[in-house]
Design a protein around this ligand. Structure first.
Ligand code: ADP
Ligand code: MG
Length: 732
């Protein structure tokens, strides 16, 4: 492995983390800072304790076992379900100069022998294996001959039948506990449901494990729902503008994927289909081409995605309506693992929902059918709401996301404007009443629009005064207005399979009192605005393209995917700062010692030539540095105890009662933790908007940060600890 002489020495100061970890992070992986929870998780397993890690895709779970593996005396055994993924991860580790190998059925006997011999000699730090290996007596014997220091079970939801990817072979894992009772086990997953979580903990006997759960928000992803009208033209426009950006398009059927991929190829794009009906060879090569940046677009059914870790997917587009929010969130999660801005778009039409209902109707088991209707209904809600999409998604997974504007969905991008919806709401609600409160949305809409529907005529509803009363709104508009009235609880939907519309008591009151109502105007969708992409703006596109080409050639020579050489973020930083000295180059995120040695000379030369040719000058790459810990900032064990509870997302009251301390003391601990530079996510403690705004205004008026003037000013309406917590969210 490479030496560390070339490194500037003053980078690695982050308070609260053993320096050594930060050093390893930079020298081996090229990163300057830990992501949320990584350092705590590493600390936990280094203390020989089991860990259960639940973090969304792209959060950086692998590092949580890869870094400890470097520090531990023996081998870290990683169980991973997917053979293709295993190879990519091992390639990436080897590219960073870390001795890693995998053992699975793709290797020859001789290769396995070689790896096992090296492992016995202590030459391997990280060993990946597929779960079915564990059932082989020969492999069990081998494991007992090597010194296993840590066991990491990746994609650990595969052990649960409640999950979406149950693998019977994962049941073999229980045995590992028997063979290695003293070795710490960590289970990692991005699957959030409570049932699966409990099952994993139960089956792997992780009852003493420390549990780490991070927010499921993916701030670098933006979400948009677009009407299906002209969706194809829209796609073409996107890809014309973003020629080099990898995209996954999810379609409903196998045929759809093939047709759409063929159409896109006709337009000159490199698009390939992927679905379970393709020959395994075709599936493999199509996936491989996508991963190796030879195909820009993969048009797939939901069969695609589990096996890929491609970090630079910039677009996940749902061309058809997904069946459930769980599935949708998982699929969109494949965008932007590298943390760079990426988009999730869904093309929605009510007709798609009807098509899905048709399939659900074929489900024989009643409970299952009902469940499927419920899930689909929530998916439709997501598409039709006029409020923040991110909020809806996170709340679905039980998280309370309290931001007025997420800055990353079509709704929040659109300036808010309301329209007076009093009359149209009255018309809709009257139609529901006049037809007897027993019809579905579509029927009510047909009545309002005066459709020549046979059923309407049979029932005599064409004689009602509400028949044909609407001519200023389309069918789609009416659907949206009805969903908003449902979300405002004026109308209720009841029944699973065919939910009928009825008025709630509040709805009746609304009509009787002739109340007024404003609803958010729905935008004329069609153009999605872009998330603020400050990072994007500055880098030199020409150099970036040149570096990409270099990366592709280099990757091909080595037989690895391009992202294993360098990620997009790393290349963009190079194209921004134009580093030409070894030292400046070494500071780029993603450049560790091994890569500095391998590519430093050649790339600084490439950059220098480009800079000269275009008359550009080098800029110093800033060094990320957290506050230097000083004496007054030093944390005591009591702060750390509180920190643990914050990581479990407890409320102030819960922490106070758990610790037997006053709420004010807990609030003071949190302040201290933050001022000492600890990375804790306290967003969940953010006060309700109104309360916060009142307090913020009071601080501004008082002109300082002191609590007591504000407390007095607000007439003691809030407690000191409420003020303390609110103060943390006020930007000075
Ligand atoms: P997960 O398994 O949680 O989906 P990965 O472990 O595959 O996520 O990591 C996703 C990406 O984040 C990878 O490209 C990885 O190199 C990168 N990454 C992980 N930790 C850091 C860090 N501390 N700083 C920068 N990038 C990181
Ligand atoms: Mg992973």
């Amino acid at each position: 492995m490479a030496g560390t002489e070339a490194r500037p020495t003053e980078i690695f100061i982050v308070s609260g983390v053993p320096m050594e970890n930060v050093l390893l992070l930079k020298t081996h992986f090229g990163f300057d800072q830990f992501r949320p929870l990584q350092e705590e998780i590493i600390g936990c397993v280094m203390a020989q304790r089991d860990a259960f890690v639940l973090m969304p895709t792209g959060a950086g779970k692998s590092l949580c076992f890869q870094l400890p593996a470097l520090k531990m005396p023996g081998v870290t055994l990683v169980i991973s379900p997917l053979i293709a993924l295993m190879k990519d991860q091992v390639d990436a580790l080897q590219a960073d100069g870390i001795p890693a190998e995998f053992i699975n059925s793709t290797l020859t006997r001789a290769e396995i022998d070689r790896i096992q011999t090296e492992a016995r000699r202590g030459k391997i730090k990280i060993l990946y294996a597929a779960p079915e290996r564990l059932a082989m007596p020969e492999f069990q014997l081998f494991l007992q001959e090597i010194n296993v220091s840590l066991i990491a079970i990746d994609e650990s939801h595969c052990i649960s039948e409640w999950g979406h990817d149950f693998r019977p072979d994962y049941r073999n894992l229980k045995m590992l506990r028997n063979i290695f009772p003293q070795v710490p086990v960590m289970a990692l997953t991005a699957t959030a449901t409570q049932k699966v979580r409990e099952d994993i903990i139960d089956q792997l006997s992780l009852d003493k494990a420390q549990i780490f759960i991070s927010s499921f928000n993916r701030p670098n992803l933006s979400y948009a729902v677009l009407p299906k009208k002209n969706s194809y033209d829209h796609l073409i426009n996107i890809f014309r503008e973003h020629r080099n950006e990898a995209a996954i398009i999810y379609c409903f059927s196998r045929k759809d994927t093939e047709h759409l991929a063929a159409d896109l190829r006709q337009e000159g794009f490199k698009a390939l289909p992927y679905h379970a009906g393709l020959e395994s060879e075709a599936r493999r090569t199509n996936q491989e081409k996508f991963i190796r940046d030879e195909a820009q677009i993969i048009v797939a059914t939901i069969a695609f995605g589990m096996g890929i870790d491609k970090p630079d997917v910039r677009w996940v587009i749902h061309y058809h309506l997904p069946k459930s929010i769980e599935g949708y969130y998982q699929e969109t999660g494949r965008a932007g693992r590298d943390g760079l801005p990426s988009r999730c778009m869904l093309f929605y039409s009510a007709a798609d929902a009807i098509k899905q209902q048709y399939f659900i109707r074929q489900i024989e088991d009643e409970a299952e059918r009902k469940n499927a209707y419920g899930k689909l209904d929530q998916m439709v809600d997501y598409c039709e709401i006029a409020t923040c999409r991110r909020y809806y998604l996170l709340r679905y997974f039980g998280e309370d996301y309290q931001h007025e504007n997420c800055d990353g969905c079509d709704i929040c991008f659109t300036p808010k404007a309301d329209f007076d919806a009093t009359i149209i709401s009255q018309k809709i609600m009257s139609a529901i009443i006049r037809t007897g409160q027993r019809f579905l949305t579509n029927y009510i809409i047909d009545v309002l629009l005066g459709a020549k529907n046979k059923k309407i005529l049979e029932r005599g509803h064409h004689d009602l005064s509400v028949y044909g009363i609407v001519d200023d709104f389309s069918k789609e508009d009416l659907r949206r207005i009805i969903s908003q009235l449902v979300s405002k609880k004026l109308i209720i939907k009841s029944g699973d399979e065919y939910p009928i519309l009825q008025l709630s008591p509040r709805g009746n009151e609304f009509l009787k009192q002739r109340e007024k109502i404003q609803l958010p105007k729905f935008k004329s969708i069609g153009k999605i605005s872009q998330p603020s992409e400050a990072v994007e703006a500055g880098y030199d596109q020409g150099l970036f393209e040149q570096l990409r080409l270099w990366r592709k050639t280099t990757a091909d020579e080595k037989g690895v995917p391009p992202y294993v050489i360098f990620g997009d973020l790393t290349l963009r930083q190079m194209a921004f700062y134009l580093p030409q000295s070894e030292e400046n180059f070494s500071r780029i995120s993603g450049v560790g010692d091994e890569k500095l040695n391998q590519y430093g000379k050649i790339l600084t030369a490439v950059i220098q030539a480009y800079a000269q040719e275009h008359n550009l000058s080098e800029q110093e790459v800033p060094v990320k540095r957290s506050a230097r810990p000083n004496r007054s900032n030093r944390l005591g064990s009591t702060h750390r105890e509180t920190k643990k509870l914050v990581l479990q997302k407890m409320s102030i009251e819960e922490m106070a009662s758990t610790r037997g301390l006053a709420a004010g003391t807990i609030a003071a601990h949190i302040e201290k933790l933050l001022s000492a530079g600890e990375t804790i996510d306290i967003d969940y403690l953010r006060p309700p908007v109104e309360q916060f705004e009142t307090i913020q205004a009071a601080f501004q008026k008082s002109g300082g940060a002191a609590l007591s003037p504000v407390w007095e000013m607000l007439g003691e309406r809030f407690s000191y600890e409420e003020l303390r917590i609110a103060r943390l969210f006020i930007k000075s």
